[in-house]
Design a protein around this ligand. Structure first.
Ligand SMILES: CCCCC/C=C/C(=O)SCCNC(=O)CCNC(=O)[C@H](O)C(C)(C)COP(=O)(O)OP(=O)(O)OC[C@H]1O[C@@H](n2cnc3c(N)ncnc32)[C@H](O)[C@@H]1OP(=O)(O)O
Length: 392
């Protein structure tokens, strides 16, 4: 039996299958299960040697840890002494994988190398100062043109739900955009949705450490992810092309401007999902729109139209859907011609005095959410969605 199904059955379906449609979950798990062969693993090891760019220490540590876990299993080395910094870091990375099965570590190693090969290769092909299209991403389309780096969420058939890979790719794309020669950065969605928020299937892949480890890893990922938005140094603009849900809404409080189509809606149904606000919205929303209006959205899950979101200050301006792309991009191209250093410095002076506070809020929200993810309220909501029993 697949681990998630087993755990959910144990924990949330005490007497019957009324809450969870078991075959649906099982089918879902079968569809998503992938295993790398020994040959794939060996190919990946060879690929690492061919990487043209140094992927950096953090990634090298991840590779080391996954390699050791895949070949030897859980960490079996004694913890190095305090002054043995390099071996201590390696030990820490390996030990953090706990009892992750060898096959999963092998698969994660292969995935990581494959993402490195594509992203590093694509960036190494870029000539400085030239327009470019990055094809190295699985879940994004990233282009840089006319002084604008556009990060487009690209899972239109899943309403641009953010799976774990997408969280990592967005962080990667933001880090790259913060250093490239564009003046402004834009986040938008491909298809009819801006984003349906966190991909609820993220909850299905339960590691051997159980739901507690899953929740802990989720909180670490979320904190790092939101931190990238807090620290982003250039003007960051959201082009909200359609409905936005959950984390794709809460993050808007960290953007410097938000342009929305009149088709867009803004929905944060955290209580319905047994969850709590993230993306620093527990701090930014009351400041932007008043505590009572923030409560309507974040606690009672009130869905706002684009016009309402604009009236409450979350959205900068709303455009008719028929002319949205044309009008917004004309405007953005004009902004991108402004002196980039002046824009950066002005953003810094507007945002910097809040940064420390935002990081503290982010940490607190992630820790609260970690607890919520372990609650029956949350798990029932996820199971209900996955078993096709509910939608927002
Ligand atoms: C680790 C960091 C965690 C950060 C914490 C973040 C919290 C949040 O973001 S909370 C918000 C979570 N989002 C949702 O609860 C939305 C769930 N989705 C829906 O309710 C609906 O899909 C819809 C209202 C967004 C759209 O409905 P509809 O127009 O009828 O389209 P479908 O439901 O048929 O969707 C097409 C396709 O996409 C899949 N999908 C859509 N959203 C998600 C999602 N958030 N997670 C996973 N999958 C999603 C949907 O299941 C369909 O898939 P297929 O059936 O395979 O075609």
């Amino acid at each position: 039996m697949a681990p998630l199904a087993w755990r959910l059955a144990q924990r949330w379906c005490p007497s019957s299958l009324q809450v969870i449609s078991f075959p649906v979950l099982q089918l879902h798990l079968n569809r998503t299960a992938m295993r790398a062969s020994q040959k794939d693993f060996e190919n990946a090891m060879n690929q690492v040697k061919l990487l043209k760019k140094d992927p950096g220490n953090e990634v090298k540590l991840k590779l080391y840890a996954l390699y050791k876990q895949a070949t030897e299993g859980p960490c079996n080395m004694p913890k190095p002494g305090v002054f043995d910094l390099i071996n201590k870091a390696k030990w820490g990375a390996w030990n953090a994988l706990g009892s992750l099965p060898k096959e999963t570590a092998r698969q994660n190693y292969v995935d990581l190398v494959s993402s490195l090969s594509s992203s590093l290769e694509s960036s190494s092909q870029v000539e400085p100062g030239t327009d470019r299209k990055s094809t190295g991403y699985e879940t994004l389309m990233v282009t840089s043109e006319d002084g604008i780096t556009k990060i487009m969420l690209n899972r239109p058939t899943k309403k641009n739900a953010l799976n774990v890979e997408m969280y990592h790719e967005i962080m990667h794309a933001l880090k790259a955009a913060s250093k490239d020669d564009s003046a402004i950065t834009v986040l938008t969605g491909n298809g009819d949705y801006y984003s349906s928020g966190n991909d609820l299937t993220n909850f299905t892949d339960i590691p051997p450490g159980g739901v507690e480890e899953k929740a802990k890893n989720g909180a670490i990922l979320l904190r790092e992810f939101v931190g990238c938005f807090i620290d982003f140094p250039k003007p960051l603009i959201a082009v909200v092309n359609g409905p936005a849900v959950g984390i794709s809404v809460t993050l808007l409080g960290l953007f410097d401007a938000v342009y929305a189509s009149d088709r867009a809606t803004f929905h944060t149904p955290f209580s319905h999902l047994g969850q709590s606000p993230e993306g620093c919205s527990s701090y930014t929303f009351p400041k932007i729109m008043s505590p009572a209006k923030a409560t309507e959205m974040l606690v009672f899950g009130k869905k706002l139209t684009a016009g309402e979101a604009c009236a409450q200050g979350l959205v900068t301006e709303v455009f008719p859907d028929s002319t949205f792309q044309k009008e917004v991009w004309t405007r953005l191209k004009a902004f991108a011609k402004l002196p980039p250093n002046a824009m950066r410095i002005s953003k810094e002076i507007i945002r910097n005095r809040e940064k420390e506070k935002l990081h503290a809020v982010n940490a607190e929200e992630c820790s609260v959410l970690q607890g919520r993810w372990l609650s029956d309220e949350c798990m029932n909501a996820v199971v209900s969605f996955l078993s096709r029993k509910s939608k927002l």
